[in-house]
Design a binder for this molecule. Sequence first.
Ligand code: SF4
Length: 349
Amino acid sequence: MRFPLRLTATTTRYIASKRLRRVEKFPLVMMLEPLHACNLTCTGCGRIREYRSTITQKLTVEQCLTAADECGAPIVSICGGEPTIYPELSQLMDELRARDRHVYLCTHGMFIRKRLHEWKPSSSFFINVHLDGLEQTHDLIVERQGVFREAIEGIKAAKAAGFLVCTNTTIYKQTDLSEIARLYDLLETLGVDGYMVTPAYSYAAVQKKEIFMSRDEIKSKFRAATDLLGRYNMMTSPIYLEFLRGERELTCTAWGNPTYNPRGWKGPCYLMTDTHHTTFREFMENTPWERYGRGRDPRCEDCMVHVGYEPSAVLGANRQFGDSWKLLTWQLTGRKNATPAATAAAATP
Ligand code: SF4
């Protein structure tokens, strides 16, 4: 199986209950940013630039939990900023899991070894490490030497301790796909459980525009990557990959991955900011969804990122006959390196 059974069962049940109640728009993954501070200045990161004036602010655990309750998404992706420098991270993760949420901790990996002893392996917890290439490339992108090595040491320690680990790779115009294959080969030897990819998005705040791709460039890059990605345990859905290769159209479902941070619910999406809403209800009801997406807002023109389109096949208007079966078989097949510790944790109520 590609994902832990509990994760697949929870999300399937959640989606079915929304469909039965004919809820038209609902969230699937909450992007929770307890803080925007980070010790790195990655080339493609919009957060540290956009939120420069509020970079020292952070949410309390209580604020995070109230937002997670209000949102109700079964999966919470804790990101930022760098969440491993959030002092109350362990308490936050424990509380989320006590609420039956599946947690993805998105990190650059530099402090995994430092904080690992605070966390417990579980089938509802993935450590998701950002890696954009092998050592030289990755350290260049994150603008600091030694980050790749420390992230790799963190992955080794996490796997040895029985944690589920996946990686997230942003594909830029200059990304060398054969290098990504070598990166995945290395990660396979470490027992990494799966891989996510997304094309980069051209944030207004990021100056180096030459690293971003147009839609046509994204499609040809991902068409060229078909064989490569087929060799590994991809956690990026087959329908989203079809979209990235230009084999089908999807419309943006930005409400599927709502973002909450110290300034509120970020509207309309994880990438663009037109306003922040105080409550999740306000975010859902007051965002003029019909004004966003390709052909409606020029800022969306080249956007094909996972936070806008990964949930589209499930939540959006572009569902095709057979999609549900395709997604179910994809989730139930594939390799999962569930370690004994994770399996034991999964069996613990
Ligand atoms: S298309 Fe991209 S940038 Fe536009 S609303 Fe959707 S996720 Fe945001």
